[in-house]
Write a protein that binds this ligand. Structure first.
Ligand code: JFZ
Length: 436
């Protein structure tokens, strides 16, 4: 066999294995770290940037409600002098939230930290302070996990081929190789300077982005910090659920409570109002909607990432902070039925959701189910004791695989009442039961 053929053969092998390397996720996040993330159940999402000065949607309103020229110049006036990272983190803590995910860079390409790789950043605004750094510091101070949102599409950067300006064809002057190097440089800054607990990627649906690019970034990040948790919006494919092709650690249903899933982690991202970024007089969810959304995600074995959009002066709206505090007050009484629990065994429906921990099942009643609540239990499972979470006893009978709970005329909590069932065995092994 001649020498040049052998050299050609080995070159092909190395190119193939390198290509293979790019599309194969090498090191997944440790399951114990993901379990710890899922135990937290409740986080704050924050969408913020100079666009809050116009009250329109971050990223999406560029070239739509706001001209590109106006949108891209907002940063020159952006000066949120009332921004107080401690106040934001305290609002999250008072809500019972355990982590914060902040938009370090959204689709508009504006960086909220002193990046060395772009002048389109907070350091070139009127404000000239490191918003990401301030938040990271405040999260450490109040023992809240600090997480970052980062978009893989960037309608501002000329090396990214799509500019969301009505032109569908990718820009021939763009250069994805250079763009990905820019992304890697920025991600290295964010990971090494701020040590995020989790990175919430977004923007994976446009044509320039590929599965291989997603896997390459995942592997790149794992080399920087093997413990950083990464959502499922790096590779291509659905956000809603995990599939064998998913690049990332957990699924991210958006603006809806995810389907119950005991094998793959998921986190619903939902807005407290309608818009992700601040909008004047936006319609805010009622306390009932807020609490039942949180309970619905926990009942499905998922987390809730609940979004607020701060105002252009740096404050969160008082009414939103108040609503979050009301959620925190509910969690002060009922938190043991949310934090550190698993979803089920009863599939959430319009009447109730269920969570469980050890020998306990927590029934979360969204409304009075009548004078009796009849629930199936598997063979060999016995109900030993039942009480409202405030300690008041709940009478019950059990005949074989059916338990009957007597429900009083009025429930202690009209929004969501928790009943604690003490069973005779660990409940985690009980398969999911659809009640009706
Ligand atoms: C994305 C962002 O675009 C949105 O601004 C926000 O940050 C949310 C948390 O994540 O929402 C989407 C996701 C997918 C599409 C549109 C918006 N899509 O496929 O067109």
């Amino acid at each position: 066999m001649n020498r040049s053929f052998v050299m050609f053969f080995f070159l092909c092998c190395s190119l193939f294995s390198e290509a293979q390397q790019k599309t194969v996720v090498l090191e997944k996040t440790d399951s114990k770290i993901l379990d710890g993330f899922m135990d937290k159940r409740f986080g704050m999402f924050i969408h913020w940037g100079p666009i809050s000065m116009r009250g329109t949607e971050i990223g999406w309103s560029r070239n739509h409600e706001v001209s590109q020229q106006d949108y891209d110049s907002l940063y020159k006036e952006f000066n949120p002098v009332l921004f107080n990272a401690d106040a934001w983190v305290k609002a999250a803590k008072d809500a019972g939230m355990k982590y914060i995910t902040f938009t370090s860079k959204h689709h508009d390409g504006f960086s909220m930290w002193p990046t060395a790789y772009s002048n389109y950043s907070i350091m070139h605004s009127q404000y000239k302070k490191d918003i990401v750094g301030e938040l990271a510091k405040a999260c450490k101070k109040y023992d809240i996990k600090f997480c970052l949102y980062y978009t893989v599409l960037d309608w501002y950067d000329l090396n990214y081929p799509i500019h969301n300006n009505g032109i569908k064809e990718p820009d021939p002057k763009a250069d994805m190789t250079r763009f990905i190097q820019y992304m890697k440089n920025q991600l290295k800054e964010l990971v090494t300077n701020y040590h995020p607990y989790m990175i919430w990627f977004d923007g994976n649906w446009e044509s320039p982005w590929t599965q291989e690019m997603g896997a390459d970034i995942y592997n790149y990040l794992k080399k920087l910090d093997k413990n950083v948790i990464i959502n499922n919006r790096l590779g291509k494919g659905t956000h809603k659920i995990m599939t064998p092709e998913t690049v990332g650690d957990y699924a991210t249903p958006e603006q809806e409570v995810g389907e119950i899933n005991m094998s793959n982690p998921w986190e619903s991202c939902i807005t407290i109002c309608h818009q992700w970024a601040w909008k004047p007089n936006d319609k805010m969810k009622t306390l009932k909607e807020c609490i039942q959304t949180l309970v619905g995600t926990a009942g499905g074995n998922g987390n809730l990432l609940f979004n607020v959009g701060p105002m252009p002066d740096g404050r969160m709206e008082d009414r939103q902070v108040k609503r979050l505090k009301e959620m925190g007050d509910w969690l002060k009484v009922n938190g043991e039925a949310i934090y550190g629990t698993k979803g089920g065994p009863y599939k959430p429906d319009s009447v109730l959701a269920a969570t469980r921990k050890g020998n306990k099942i927590y029934l979360h009643l969204f409304k009075k189910p009548g004078d009796q609540l009849v629930l199936p239990v598997p063979e060999g499972i016995k109900l030993l004791k039942a009480n409202f979470i405030n300690g008041v006893k709940v009478s019950f009978t059990q005949e074989g695989n059916s338990i009957k709970l007597s429900i009083p005329d009025s429930l202690p909590d009209s929004i969501c009442t928790v009943i604690v069932l003490q069973m005779n065995a660990d409940t985690i092994g009980i398969p999911i039961i659809a009640k009706q």
